[in-house]
Design a protein around this ligand. Structure first.
Ligand SMILES: [Zn+2]
Ligand SMILES: [Zn+2]
Length: 221
């Protein structure tokens, strides 16, 4: 089966819609699917502080009040589940997570999975912006690298590089740039098994929780 005009997103070579990989460059033709939390609240609700009813995003355009964020948000994608809660001692949730997968013809068996968790560093201003930007940029860059036939290690580093740049430019003031941790995993399913690559910066960690009697493991530090 051919779909007229279908082209490889990496090298522009014409491809057949049944192909999973480009025959020319070897890149993945799978579609990325993504989710990210926390999702922004509705922009239509009036300001709870001053009653301003003109739609606004995060901060009221009249009084500057920050729109109340939900204490918890959760999302799922394929076999992945994301949950984030507001820290007990914090007025707002400063953490974020994003996940994505490359899906070919079989949605139950993705070609690759990428996931990022970022904790906002509360001593920096607007930490929630850094964590949201870093987690989304990390997943985007990891999936793009894997789709372009990069190995997991190179994709992990590409994600970290994109996340660091996204966090550094997420705030409104470059002098007090917001900050966050970064913990990422790439899972490449293989026949009856999976290759898992983990990377982290800061004190958010990844845990491997195998069935007993194997011992649980934790990423450093
Ligand atoms: Zn190609
Ligand atoms: Zn207001």
């Amino acid at each position: 089966m051919t779909s007229p005009g279908a082209k490889c997103p990496h090298c522009e070579t014409a491809v057949r819609s049944a192909d999973r990989f480009c025959e020319d460059c070897g890149g993945s033709l799978s579609e990325p699917q993504k989710v990210a939390i926390p999702r922004p609240p509705s922009t239509d609700a009036p300001c709870t502080d001053c009653g301003n009813a003109t739609p606004f995003d995060e901060y009221c355009t009249v009084c500057g009040h920050r729109r109340a964020q939900p204490d918890r948000d959760e999302a799922s994608l394929g076999a992945m589940a994301l949950i984030t809660d507001r820290g007990i001692e914090h007025a707002g949730n400063e953490d974020a997570a994003a996940a994505g997968m490359l899906v070919g013809s079989d949605a139950a068996q993705p070609d690759a999975i990428a996931i990022v968790v970022s904790d906002g560093v509360s001593s920096s201003d607007e930490a929630h912006k850094a964590s949201a930007a870093a987690s989304k940029a990390g997943v985007d860059a990891m999936l793009a690298a894997i789709a372009a036939s990069k190995k997991s290690r190179a994709a992990m580093l590409a994600g970290l590089d994109a996340a660091a740049k996204a966090a550094a430019t997420a705030g409104t003031d470059s002098v007090t740039a917001p900050s966050c941790t970064y913990t990422a995993a790439i899972v490449i399913p293989t026949a009856g098994s999976a290759q898992v690559t983990v990377g982290n910066v800061g004190d958010s960690r990844a845990y491997w929780l195998p069935a007993s009697p194997a011992a649980a493991r934790r990423s450093r530090p």
